[in-house]
Design a protein around this ligand. Structure first.
Ligand code: GDP
Length: 295
């Protein structure tokens, strides 16, 4: 897993060796703003999974700060893994590469499939658009919200249905959670009227309430979507996304190599930024010139 996360050349060989065990586990993406309680909920769910003798893999994608290169959220609840032999936990650095998703995330998920995970939980920090890309690797997306995010619901109401398959209103021990729960149930009804299934749950990680219902609900939604063929469709689209991602990353690498390496590339980019900022060039010109040897 470490070699995969470091993008070591052997990662692709490992990937080839395990290619026939892909897509065994249900992949559940967990997204939501920092502090919503994602890690706390996962800790509760893990007890549940270990108790029923299932294997769970957890990939937590840490948002890497573009300024310090370190993890952004110093004070969040950290999962102390592994809690049992049936649980594999790994924290991946997102490196800001792809809207909160690390390049190695697809490969890491496949490794967990090979290891025999029944369920893979992929945790990303996301608010709004950033979180949506967890759907590029997860079969279903669960958004964790709290009463504090309530106001945000109004402004994103139109797009919220597309954001997730399941909504968890966490911190139900706090005031305001009933209102958010009701609002999301309206969203659920609207979604159903256009033939889309959305589930809404209410939990409190500190009081350990509602967790089993939410986990079982997400699992039954997954099964339902699997039976309808929707999970297969989504998985094929994930493969498409991964290929596109690799192509884009590969193209950028070719450009960097063709101009003589990262240092020259960074300098050239800075030069173009100044020119464009001053109104003397456009981004299209910059991209064409930088890729002149390739395009
Ligand atoms: P994450 O950033 O989404 O992973 O959130 P964490 O799991 O780290 O939780 C952030 C903070 O919220 C911690 O201090 C938790 O103890 C607290 N928290 C998590 N779930 C609940 C809950 O259901 N109720 C209350 N009151 N606090 C919670």
């Amino acid at each position: 897993m470490r070699l995969v996360d470091d993008c070591h050349p052997v990662a692709d060989e490992i990937d080839f060796a395990i290619r026939s065990t892909v897509f065994r586990a249900a992949r559940i993406g967990l997204t939501g703003p920092p502090g919503a309680g994602k890690s706390s909920l996962i800790a509760c769910v893990l007890e549940n999974i270990s108790a029923i003798d299932k294997r769970a893999g957890i990939l937590a994608i840490d948002p890497t700060s573009p300024f310090t290169g370190g993890a952004l959220l110093g004070d969040r609840v950290r999962l102390k893994g592994p809690t049992s032999d049936n649980v594999f936990f790994r924290s991946l650095a997102s490196r800001g590469a792809y809207g909160g998703i690390s390049a190695s995330i697809w490969q890491s998920a496949r490794l967990l499939d090979w290891w025999g995970a029944d369920v893979i939980l992929i945790e990303t920090v996301g608010s709004g658009q950033l979180g949506t890309s967890v759907g590029d690797v997860a079969d279903i997306v669960v958004a964790v919200l709290t009463p504090e995010t309530g106001d945000g619901i109004q402004s994103m109401k139109a797009g919220i249905m597309e954001l997730a398959d399941c909504f968890i209103v966490n911190k139900s021990d706090r005031s305001g959670s009933e209102l958010l729960f009701r609002e999301l149930n309206h969203v659920k009804k609207e979604a159903e009227s256009v033939g889309r299934r959305v589930e809404v749950f209410s939990t409190s990680a500190v009081e350990s309430s509602g967790i089993d219902e939410a986990f079982d609900g997400a699992r039954s939604l997954w099964l339902n979507l699997y039976d309808s063929g929707e999970i297969t469709r989504r998985r094929k689209s994930q493969i498409e996304k991964e290929i596109a991602f690799r192509l884009e990353a590969g193209m950028r690498e070719m450009v960097i190599r063709s101009v003589g390496g990262m240092e020259t590339y960074s300098k050239a980019i800075s030069g173009w930024v100044e020119k464009i900022f001053a109104g003397d060039a456009t981004s299209a010109i910059a991209a064409n010139e930088l890729g002149a040897d390739l395009f």
